[in-house]
Design a binder for this molecule. Structure first.
Ligand code: NAG
Ligand code: NAG
Ligand code: NAG
Ligand code: NAG
Ligand code: NAG
Ligand code: NAG
Ligand code: NAG
Ligand code: NAG
Length: 504
């Protein structure tokens, strides 16, 4: 279609050229040709915009017909349906288009408003040295902008202009990793078509405007890494199409509004690193599609809520540093889709549910820095599979069964050996109340039939006798040895991997 239109235009130009050949000089025919293809004002507007951005002052001369004969990869055009005229619909500057680079004094020209048909404006890593603001006058109801992405521009600062809220066609607004300050303008509530709002990694303060709840088409809301304060507005419960809500690393206070349970499409909820208090509302149990529940580092307090066990699709649960108390509930053991569980840095007590080790997909388990107790009964296979992604340290009353000939799991996991605790515990003069209370719990699993015979075998008899008496221990130790070699080179000490932006 494009080609035939171009051919049509070119033939028209040819006819004109032949008609006026005698009278016109080359310069005039060039102008005529251009006018046939693009409106002069729009073309000049584009030249001014590019001139304000790019190092190359000759961009206009090098690309006199950017929509047709002299294209540039960062500019796209569309032909209007009624009259055969091209309009600039996309300007993109980013790492994939490196030549010419942005100039050090790059800025956004007011001439952008002459590009009335512009749908996509995306500028990455362009404003890096001299300070630039986003003028309030660039946007308005006259604009056709659908997609505005200004990302990784460290010298782009100042406030987000309220006039952005007047661009009703906007569907994607990404202003991530700039230096924007001030509060999020409430006018943003006017963007009725908005599907994605990403203002992450700025210096935005103030509260989340309650008008945000009016953005009924929104699927992605990312305000992470700012200094946003105040409570979560109840209106957020109206974002019924929301799939990703990422508000981590702000200064949000108050509780999680119960209305968030209405966000039935939610796949990711990240409220970590804020000042949010508990309890986590039970209404969240209706978030049936939730895969990532990330609430770590908030003063939630209380026990781990039981409804989490109903969220069957959960892959990753992070409740580290939430001042939680009470036991690790057994329901985690039936969440077959779980790949990462972080409960570290709380005050959780009681035993570690042994069935956690039989979760088929669990690949990261951090329960360190709690008050867990008893014998750690995770299988050696599991311990070997997770390698350094298993962290049980810092639970002084948690121990592991070692046996003298096997790999020293106590040393490996950096928790006490149950044998040494038992020896100490047997001594009447050893004074550690809870340890003595839990004494029955601390007995290694292979002691449960007959302690005295097994321990004497361990100490005195040849290894062959030991195999007869306690075959399970030796077999599983061998398995550990085997699998520990296979993960030996794994140095990934990463916490939970969050998914990238959801597909639109
Ligand atoms: C954010 O604000 C703080 C204090 O207001 C300032 O120290 C910091 O440099 C700012 N960061 C950016 C990226 O502007
Ligand atoms: C795991 O997730 C799938 C869909 O992703 C779901 O069909 C399945 O029921 C879940 N498994 C469990 C044990 O809940
Ligand atoms: C555990 O509880 C003690 C006593 O209440 C408190 O001082 C401590 O900060 C808590 N630790 C964590 C990690 O919440
Ligand atoms: C587990 O959590 C502790 C404390 O929060 C942290 O220091 C440690 O690096 C974590 N371990 C892993 C393997 O993620
Ligand atoms: C394993 O190492 C720990 C700490 O060094 C020690 O107390 C324990 O006796 C060792 N266990 C065995 C079976 O060697
Ligand atoms: C056990 O207690 C006795 C005294 O009652 C003491 O001499 C001995 O050192 C203690 N042993 C251990 C392992 O603590
Ligand atoms: C332990 O072994 C002794 C003999 O060595 C036997 O009398 C006792 O009944 C056994 N106890 C259990 C619980 O099997
Ligand atoms: C365990 O691994 C060591 C080498 O790391 C090897 O010498 C030993 O034979 C292995 N033991 C078993 C039971 O596989």
């Amino acid at each position: 279609m494009l080609v035939s239109q171009m051919a049509y235009n070119i033939s028209l130009i040819l006819v004109l050229f032949l008609m006026f050949c005698g009278e016109m000089n080359a310069m005039e025919s060039e102008l005529q040709k251009r006018q046939m293809v693009m409106e002069e004002e729009e073309l000049l507007g584009l030249f001014e915009v590019m001139d304000a951005l790019l190092e190359d002052t000759e961009w206009g001369q090098a690309h006199p017909q950017p929509c047709t004969e002299t294209p540039w990869p960062g500019v796209e055009c569309e032909v209007s349906s009624d009259i055969q005229i091209f309009h600039v619909t996309k300007i993109h500057i980013g790492p994939d288009i490196i030549s010419p680079p942005c100039k050090t004094t790059a800025y956004l020209s007011q001439s952008l408003i002459k590009l009335k048909y512009l749908k996509v404006l995306s500028i990455f890593n362009c404003f890096v040295s001299s300070p630039v603001t986003l003028p309030n006058t660039l946007f308005g109801p006259f604009s056709s902008l659908e997609h505005l992405s200004l990302e990784s521009n460290p010298s782009l600062f100042g406030e987000i202009p309220p006039s952005l809220g007047d661009v009703p066609s906007l569907r994607v607004l990404t202003l991530s990793q700039n230096s924007f300050q001030g509060s999020i303008p409430s006018q943003i509530g006017g963007l009725v078509c908005l599907e994605q709002l990403d203002l992450s990694y700025n210096n935005l303060s103030g509260e989340i405007p309650k008008e945000t709840g009016g953005l009924k088409s929104m699927t992605v809301l990312d305000l992470s890494w700012n200094i946003i304060e105040g409570v979560l507005p109840y209106s957020l419960g109206q974002l019924q199409l929301l799939e990703k809500m990422d508000l981590h690393s702000n200064k949000i206070i108050g509780t999680i509004p119960p209305y968030l349970g209405r966000l039935k499409r939610l796949v990711l909820l990240d409220l970590s690193h804020n000042l949010i208090v508990g309890p986590i509302p039970i209404t969240l149990s209706s978030l049936e599609l939730l895969e990532y529940l990330v609430i770590d580092h908030n003063p939630i307090k209380g026990g781990i809520p039981f409804f989490i066990g109903n969220l069957r699709k959960l892959k990753s649960v992070s409740l580290s540093g939430c001042e939680l108390i009470g036991p690790i509930p057994n329901f985690f053991s039936s969440m077959k889709n779980l790949t990462a569980l972080s409960l570290d840095n709380n005050n959780l007590s009681g035993p570690v549910p042994p069935n956690l080790g039989s979760l088929p997909n669990l690949d990261h388990l951090n329960i360190s820095l709690n008050k867990l107790s008893g014998v750690l009964q995770l299988s050696n296979d599991f311990i070997g599979k997770l390698g350094i992604r298993l962290d049980v340290r810092g639970n002084s009353k948690l121990c592991i069964n070692d046996h003298p000939k096997g790999k020293n799991l106590s040393l490996y996991l950096e928790i006490p050996s149950c044998l040494s605790i038992r020896d100490r515990n047997d001594n009447v003069s050893f004074d550690d109340g809870p340890l003595q209370e839990d004494a029955s719990e601390i007995k290694p699993s292979w002691y449960n039939s007959n302690i005295s015979s097994c321990s004497s075998l361990l100490d005195d008899l040849p290894i062959i006798m030991f195999i007869l008496a306690c075959p399970r221990v030796l077999l599983s130790t061998a398995a550990f040895n085997k699998s520990s070699r296979s993960v030996g080179s794994d140095n990934n000490k990463h916490a939970i991997q969050l998914p990238p932006l959801l597909p639109t």
